[in-house]
Ligand binder design. Sequence first.
Ligand code: HEM
Length: 382
Amino acid sequence: MVGDILAENRYDASTGILRFTAPEVASFYDQQKEWTTYFAGSRASHGLAGDTIEDPEELRVLTAYFAWAAWAAAAHIPGTTHSYTNNFPYDPAMGNGPSGEAILWIATAYVGGGLFLASAIGRREPKGQARATNVLFVALAIVVFGSLAGEYLGVRRLLGDVWFWFGNQGWEYLEIGRAWQILLTLEASDFVGLMRSGTDPDGNKVPFPHRWTFYFLIAVGVWNFIGAGIFGFLINLPVVSYYEVGTQLTPNHGHGALMGVFGMLAVALTVFALRQVSTDSMWQKTEKLVKVSFWGLNIGLAGMLILQLFPMGVAQLADVIRNGYWHARSPAFTESALGTIFGWARLPADIIFILFGVLPLLAATVLTYLWARKPPAESGVQ
Ligand code: HEM
């Protein structure tokens, strides 16, 4: 049985040599061809530009790395009945299953309270604040566009030796260059300083004009509960994670938690700023856009989870258990009829999110900016 061949550990620690059986050797050469087509083919593979890796030596070394990883996932550690990866990934055909050593642990529920704006914001504007804000804005724009350009150039191998600083840092996940990161940290501390300098130390009571900021903060609380709390917890047990990791249940949680919590928080802060720099008459117009955006973003996000991410995640998990992890992660599943149906089913939600969520907010922001440029007819928030 294939499983037995792969489970036997033929690594000799005294010589440092790992011996492959004849089928493994044949498979290695097959794989080399496979990855050459995948990475060096001029027809782009999914998500990759064509001709990503062309050097035959690099392709050989990469295949060797894959072979080594596959070996470590299947070969038993001497004297045990499980592999170096605790038998991950799941593959019933090969006899890989949870090692039984997985410890079930229950984490404390993460139910964060939403941020609450306790005190009214002061109307006093410290000297030089506008200037400081502009400097910060330009600095932020430099980081955003600079890092974006750096990532692109880095991936295209156009940055020479400085890719780590200005491209990406070469981690498994995409990370902005180290220089951008340092700049961003400095800017964040400047921002905190700015926020502080704008607060009324007396905490005087003023009418509360920030209704929509408040609603967005409620959305933060709701998504914190659903996206992070329920869907995060759902996949958090090691034994669930063993089968589920990297299926659609991960972006199901990721969308609900990341857009739901921090995305809505960012929008809350944006809306807060919009209201703060608007006169009452300006706000009467923009408020409608913000209202549409609130419902567009929330309904759109919920739709993405309900129409695709969650049901497809469950179907994919079932496929892992039925056919093995490799199958559920391959185009055989993701491009199957089911995968395609879920992909299309989600489209209305994406459209709602963009048309009724993103665009009205963008319009509100641009309009507020343009109006705020004009000399104010009346003072700011009343
Ligand atoms: C606001 C809070 C949270 C945010 C923004 C967040 C965001 C994310 C994102 C974006 C991912 C995907 C990462 C990737 O695949 O590269 C992820 C993965 C994960 N999160 Fe969260 N998360 C939050 C809270 C939680 C909580 C409370 C739990 C558990 C109780 C949790 C458990 C997990 C697990 C287990 C994964 C890995 C899933 C997998 O790959 O199978 N998260 N999270």
